[in-house]
Every structure is written in structure tokens, then in C-alpha cells.
Design a protein around this ligand. Structure first.
Ligand SMILES: [Zn+2]
Length: 603
């Protein structure tokens, strides 16, 4: 904790703020764009009913749509980024609210587009694409949208579903309100004897305490609340699962998972392969957990012992100037062109670096097709923020290269691919730090950082993915998802993942009650597949595998010009196979070996 006063926005040195004037010279220019967009909306509305007339009409309609969307993005993203700079600034609160209003106006205007497109018979559309060169450019985009044809119902049925959409969102909404607004957590005594009322974010922080009594009190107090509401939580979660199973069924999918993965055209085998490959290597996680038990010198390792640092204070830390130097060196294996993009990010003020009063917390990479790929940070001089910097730069470089090499229609990328570029950069940083630091205590720290990261991203997220799929299948097979059923099975799965060194026969059986990701409809597995894919790419690049770097850069430039799974194949990675997951777990194993050896030498 720093006693130094946090600066107000106008006290922050300009060099450390993002340059949004490159997006709009001033707020008046934003107003101008907004006026122009309001004039474009009637043009968009006017193409309604004309899509099926001719290939020329359809091409024209697509272009009006894309032009409107592009302008909307600029307005929307600028206002939200300005608002994030200082959320107490009423000028930008207002701009942000106006942008949101405009967005909903746009959404209503454009609602006709996809149903009308899907109503064009498949043969007609294919023929038009063959015959008309301008329309042929949109082939991939059109195929991606019209894949859904077989799952669209009659007009009346679609209307019934649309009218029920708020009802379908009910479970998720109820969980959010209960979990974020209504549940009140007890106070516990911290290390200094202060009474602290628990919140979601404090829960994670307090579990990192080196005082075991604090960790235990935190864990017990937190779960005592969920224990009181476990039947309600089971009912809400069960309703969410039933809703998605129902929607999948009425849209003629075989399962909720098939429907969810269909959105990004991901084969279900990718999911199954993840679960089975990780399951085969769970002994690695068991070993790491056992090591934790040894290091903490406890008779019974509890789930609340899983997040406390193993090695005390960090032996290395960096200020921002040093972090920039390290970034350029660590990412050098990606080639001079890539490194010069990093230099441009630093020199051209892509990054809003320091915390100020009212600034949004955390970090992100954002921007539009026409803007710089900006980064919001809340920099502190430590290793975690160095990792955050290279991570967000990975996202930004991916956006930068995609925008540079693709037209607007293909200028975004699938959520399935989104974390690969950022994680590849993190892997290259880990590799650089391990090459740079030979002192055992520093290596232990870096290895621990990596092992914890992989545990959280690959093992824990796969556990969630497995439990999520288990719930959907159980419900589809007619099994009532009672609290007892969910808790018993969660306890069992937890024991399978973490192994015999930790006690799973505890409040952890209730963890399913508090995981927002179980309401995200088959989203969470992508964290694990993305991490593994990134490890494959960084391994190949570091090993100098022939063509690997060019293919990886090709991926960063490809946007949504292909389906995600094909983009990966073109880049040399077949994500329907298991070897890329095994390769990531091999890295875990090698580093775990070194970690164990160094610890043994220390004794
Ligand atoms: Zn990210």
C-alpha cells in the first residue's frame, strides 16, 4: 500500500496517457461523426426488403451495413474509453450513455438483416457468389452467417422465441443479482486484528494471506453464506442448464454443447480432446499440490491453502522503463517487424499507463478497426504488471496486424483465438526471464509464477469445462440437478483434479454455487485451449522450427478471413488433435522438475 496521494486525471503526465486525439481530434469531431451516423441509419433501414432482389442489391446492402457498423464502433469505443479514464467525469458519462442509446437504435434498425439474408435460398446465394466478383469477396462472411439456416425456425416460431428472450435470460440475471448484490458476507479478522467485511475481490486477496488462520476464516465465512442458499443456487443453475438444453433442442441441435460450439464453428472433438488429454496428465497437478503441502509444512492441505505464495516476497521487480526494455528483448524471437510494433506502441502513446482517481481498474486492450489498438493499465512496479504489459501488447499487436492486412469485413477475430497472441507473449517473457536469471531463488520465483499460471488456466478451467458439460449431459438424461447431486459430484471431481494431498471433503463441494462461468454457455474451455495453443506456438518459435514464425505472423494477420479452427490449421496447429495440449503439459512437467530440484538443493 502506498501512502502517496493518487493523482487526478489532469495531473497525469501526458506522455503516460493514451493519445485518443488520433481517434477524434476533439469531442466536437465525435459529435460530427455521431450526426453523420444518425443520417446513415435511415439508409440502412431503407435496404430492408431488397436483399433478395439481386446480387448487386445484396452487395450494396452489405456495404451500407458495414459502413454503419464501422462508424458506430468508433463512436461507441471512444466514449467508453474516455469514460474509463475517469468514471467520475460527467461529460464522458453522458457521451458514453449517448453512445449506448445509439447502439440500441442501431440494433433495432439492423434486426431485419440476418433473417432476410437467411431467407435467400442457398442455391441462389451460391450462384450469385459465383457470378458476382464484388459479392464473392464476402463469401466467407456470408457462409458464416448462413450456416445457421438449418437451425432457423418458421417466422411464427422465431417470434415466439424472440418474445421469450427475457424469460430465457432469467436464471443468469437472478444469479447475478443474488451473487453480486444481495448476498452479504461476514466480517473476519485480518492479520492485524482488523475486522474486514468480505467481498468477492477480498476473498481472493485474503486467500493469499500467509497467515493460515486468516485463510481458514475467510474460506469458512465465505462458504457459510453459499451454504445457506445452496438449494436456491442449484435451482437457478439448473434453470440455466435447462434453458440452453431446451433452446438447442428446438433449434434442432443434438445437444447444448453442439449448439454453443456451432457459433464459432468449433468441432466438439476439440472439447472432448481437451478433457481426456488433461485427465491423462492429472498426476502432474497432484505432484504440484503435494509439493505445496511440503512447502507449507501442514499435516492436512486444505483448498484454502492453494493460493498463498510459496516463496515469500518477490526477488525481482521492474519500473516501467525497465519493463519496456525487457519487452523488446523478450519478444525479439518474433522478429524485427514485430518488435518495431512494440516500439511504436511505446512511442505513439498507445498505452494509458498509471492509475488516477476514478480510472477503471485492471487492464485491457481496445480500439477499433480505424484506431490505434490502445491499452489501459494501472501500472505498479512488479512482475505481475510486466506480464500484463506483454499480454495486452499481444492483443494489440494481433489487432494491429489484422487491421493492417484485412478489410473491415474480416478485421476482427474469433473469441476462440483471442487469448493466443497474448499468452504467446507471456510464454516468451517467461523464457526470457529464465534465460536471464541464473540465481536459484529468482528462478524458483519465475517457475512458481509459471506453474501457478498454468494450474489456473489449464487445469482449473478444464475442471470447470468438465463439470459444465457433466451438468448439461445429466440434465439431458433426466437427472434432477439438486444441490446434493451437484455437491457430491463437484467434491468427487475436485478430488480427481487436485489429488490425494488435499482435502476435498470440505466446503469446496459448494464451489459450483459461485462460479459465474457456469452461466456463460460453454465458454470457459477456450481459456485452456488458448493457453495450450500459445505454448505450442512459442515452443516452435523458440526452437526455430522451419516456417513456424511466418505461419504464426500469418495467423496474427488473418482476422476472421477463415473459420478459427482453419486459421489454426493454416498456422500449423490442428486443434482437433491432442499433441498441442500434451506439449503444453510437457512444459509444465519440465519446469516442475526444475522447481523440485532447486527446492531440494535449497534444503
Ligand atoms: Zn487477454
Amino acid at each position: 500500500m502506498t501512502t502517496q496521494q493518487i493523482k487526478t486525471r489532469d495531473q497525469v503526465e501526458e506522455a503516460y496517457t493514451w493519445d485518443l486525439t488520433a481517434m477524434f481530434a476533439d469531442d466536437a469531431a465525435w459529435e460530427q461523426e455521431l450526426t453523420e451516423l444518425q443520417e446513415k441509419l435511415p439508409k440502412l433501414a431503407a435496404v430492408q426488403g431488397s436483399l433478395s432482389e439481386s446480387p448487386e442489391q445484396l452487395t450494396g446492402a452489405i456495404e451500407v451495413l458495414l459502413d454503419t457498423q464501422r462508424s458506430l464502433e468508433k463512436i461507441y469505443v471512444y466514449a467508453s474509453m474516455k469514460n474509463d479514464q475517469d468514471q467520475n467525469n460527467t461529460t464522458y458519462q453522458t457521451l458514453d450513455a449517448r453512445a449506448m442509446q445509439l447502439y440500441s437504435q442501431y440494433a433495432q434498425t439492423v434486426a431485419f438483416f440476418e433473417p432476410e439474408l437467411l431467407a435467400i435460398p442457398e442455391e441462389t446465394l451460391s450462384k450469385w457468389i459465383e457470378e458476382n466478383d464484388s459479392l464473392a469477396f464476402y463469401r466467407q462472411m456470408l457462409e458464416d452467417k448462413t450456416r445457421f439456416r438449418a437451425h432457423v425456425l418458421s417466422q411464427e416460431e422465431e417470434l415466439l422465441l424472440a418474445q421469450a428472450s427475457e424469460i430465457f435470460d432469467g436464471a443468469n440475471k437472478t444469479f447475478g443479482l443474488l451473487n453480486n448484490a444481495d448476498l452479504v458476507f461476514p466480517a473476519i479478522e485480518d492479520e492485524n486484528g482488523q475486522q474486514i467485511q468480505l467481498t468477492h475481490s477480498l476473498y481472493g486477496k485474503m486467500l493469499e494471506s500467509s497467515d493460515r488462520r486468516v485463510r481458514q476464516d475467510t474460506f469458512k465465512a465465505f462458504y457459510s453464506v453459499y451454504d445457506q442458499f445452496k438449494n436456491t443456487m442449484a435451482s437457478v443453475l439448473s434453470t440455466q442448464i435447462k434453458t440452453n438444453n431446451y433452446k438447442a433442442k428446438v433449434r434442432r441441435f443434438n445437444s447444448a454443447r453442439e449448439a454453443a460450439l456451432f457459433r464459432n464453428n468449433i468441432p466438439e472433438s476439440v472439447y472432448d480432446t481437451l478433457l481426456s488429454t488433461v485427465e491423462n496428465r492429472l498426476s502432474l497437478l497432484h505432484r504440484y499440490v503435494a509439493l505445496r503441502k511440503d512447502l507449507l509444512k501442514v499435516d492436512n492441505l486444505e483448498m484454502y491453502d492453494m493460493y498463498t505464495p510459496l516463496l515469500g516476497d518477490a526477488p525481482i521487480k521492474f519500473n516501467y522503463e525497465e519493463a519496456k526494455e525487457i519487452t523488446l528483448k523478450a519478444l525479439a524471437p518474433l522478429g524485427d517487424d514485430y518488435v518495431s510494433i512494440m516500439q511504436e506502441a511505446f512511442d505513439e502513446r498507445w498505452i494509458d499507463l498509471f492509475e488516477n482517481k476514478g480510472k477503471r481498474s485492471g487492464a485491457y486492450s481496445s480500439g477499433t478497426y480505424d484506431s490505434k489498438p490502445y491499452i489501459l493499465m494501472n501500472w505498479q512496479d512488479n512482475v505481475n504488471w510486466l506480464y500484463t504489459l506483454v499480454h495486452e501488447l499481444g492483443h494489440s499487436a494481433h489487432s494491429y496486424l489484422t487491421h493492417k492486412h484485412q478489410e473491415y469485413a474480416y478485421g476482427d477475430y474469433s473469441i476462440f483465438l483471442a487469448e493466443i497472441a497474448s499468452t504467446t507473449n507471456e510464454n516468451l517473457l517467461t523464457n526470457y526471464l529464465l534465460e536471464t536469471y541464473q540465481e536459484p531463488h529468482v528462478r524458483l520465483y519465475i517457475l512458481n509464477h509459471f506453474l501457478d499460471g498454468l494450474k489456473g488456466t489449464m487445469f482449473r478451467q478444464t475442471q470447470f469445462a468438465e463439470f459444465e458439460h457433466f451438468m448439461y449431459e445429466s440434465d439431458a438424461n433426466g437427472q434432477p440437478l439438486t444441490q446434493q447431486f451437484l455437491s457430491d459430484n463437484y467434491r468427487e471431481m475436485n478430488a480427481k483434479y487436485y489429488g490425494p494431498s488435499v482435502n476435498s471433503d470440505s466446503e469446496i463441494a459448494l464451489e459450483w454455487t459461485r462460479i459465474p462461468h457456469f452461466y456463460y454457455n460453454y465458454y470457459v474451455f477456450q481459456y485452456a485451449t488458448g493457453f495450450a495453443a500459445a505454448t505450442a506456438f512459442s515452443n516452435w518459435i523458440l526452437a526455430g522450427k522451419e516456417g513456424a514464425l511466418e505461419k504464426y505472423l500469418g495467423f496474427l494477420k488473418s482476422g476472421s478471413s477463415q473459420y478459427a479452427i482453419d486459421t489454426m490449421k493454416t498456422a500449423g496447429l490442428d486443434m482437433t488433435q491432442s499433441d498441442y495440449i500434451d506439449a503444453a503439459l510437457d512444459v509444465f512437467e519440465n519446469r516442475l522438475n526444475e522447481f523440485e530440484t532447486l527446492l531440494a538443493q535449497k534444503k
